[in-house]
Design a protein around this ligand. Structure first.
Ligand code: MRU
Length: 328
């Protein structure tokens, strides 16, 4: 991604040091979090220094490389950080096998990460066909380069369309409680893509006024039948899109598909701490006595999905046969 004229990825490796753009500090300050320990990588995932399903997977791959001397302990630690994003578990499994086969763990992690980046690049190229000149597209949370190491999932087609000089406009939901929409606004601002950040509860207003042509979101885990978990608030956008006849697409690489789950009901939804709701930037915005619930994700049934934008193309339906994903 282009940041003030320089190319960056959300995370990278130099020797045995892993660096992350610290997403807790964006967009106010640009800070780098660097570590050489699996414990710090686990901290970075849990506290959301790094976030977004494919980027969490990439971090976990390098975490396994850093903790390769005790692979089972490292795997258990990394798996305990965040339960919903399938990419994390996929990456830990990939690295466990690589370490078992005595591959160089850092090389294996880099191969994993390059394949994720390549997948996202293809998602951009494949999804571009959906985006016509003068379209307004709604997206939720941040499914950009920050969330995927580079390119993005939901934002990747928008980047390609903009590069091809299609005139597009993006609505970015602010995404309470952690305001990942602000990260999307920051990415769009860096790329010069016209956008407006909107309050989460404003999306229906714009849909009903016919001001949104297309919705594209990312995913954290997609079950065999196409039901998927994504950032809290995705479900209501999907229902509202269907009600208003607006196409609703999910963009995700193969690492986000969980071939072991029959449907979305089995997806574990992460519950995060109350301070994410009661504070903004560490400052209380609510009194202490307020009772809070803070589910980080919700579940959207497949009936609301027009199609899945993947590295292999755009698919209307998803089937899993003999543990392999088959798209149609
Ligand atoms: O809690 P987060 O910020 O890690 O959640 C991120 C999302 O929900 C994204 O939409 C999802 O991971 C897809 S990112 C390409």
């Amino acid at each position: 991604m282009n940041i003030d004229g320089r190319q960056y990825r959300a995370l990278w490796v130099e020797g045995k040091a892993i660096s992350f753009i610290d997403q807790r500090k964006l967009p106010y300050t640009f800070e780098i979090f660097t570590t050489r320990s699996v414990d710090d990588v686990a901290f970075a995932i849990k506290e959301m220094v790094v976030r977004g399903a494919p980027a969490i997977g990439a971090a976990a791959a390098y975490g396994m490389a850093l903790g390769e001397k005790e692979p089972e302990k490292s795997a258990a630690l990394l798996r305990s950080t965040r339960p919903t994003a399938h990419d994390l578990f996929h990456a830990v499994e990939y690295m466990t096998k690589a370490i078992d086969h005595a591959e160089n763990a850092f090389d294996a992690a880099s191969t994993y990460v390059e394949s994720i980046i390549d997948g996202c690049k293809k998602i951009g190229e494949n999804g571009d066909i959906l985006i016509k000149d003068e379209m307004t597209i709604l997206t939720h949370c941040n499914a950009g380069a920050l969330a995927t190491v580079d390119y993005g999932t939901a934002l990747a087609p928008l980047r390609v369309a903009h590069k091809k000089q299609k005139n597009i406009f993006v609505f970015a939901d602010e995404t309470r409680p952690r305001l990942q929409g602000l990260l999307t606004a920051w990415e769009l601002h860096q790329e010069g893509i016209p956008y407006a950040l909107i309050a989460d509860n404003a999306a229906g207003y714009f849909m009903e006024k016919n001001e949104i042509d297309l919705v594209i979101v990312g995913a954290d885990r997609i079950a065999k039948n196409g039901d998927f978990a994504n950032k809290i608030g995705t479900y209501e956008k999907a229902v509202c899109a269907k009600e208003n006849g607006i196409p609703f697409y999910v963009a995700a690489p193969a690492s986000t598909f969980d071939v072991t789950l029959k449907d979305g009901k089995q997806i574990i939804i992460e519950e995060r701490k109350r301070q994410e709701v009661t504070q903004i930037n560490g400052k209380d915005i609510m009194p202490d006595w307020v009772t809070v619930k803070n589910p980080a994700f919700d579940l959207t049934p497949n009936k609301y999905v027009t199609g899945y934008i993947t590295e292999s193309g755009i698919h209307k339906k998803i089937f899993i046969r003999e543990k392999k994903i088959v798209y149609r």
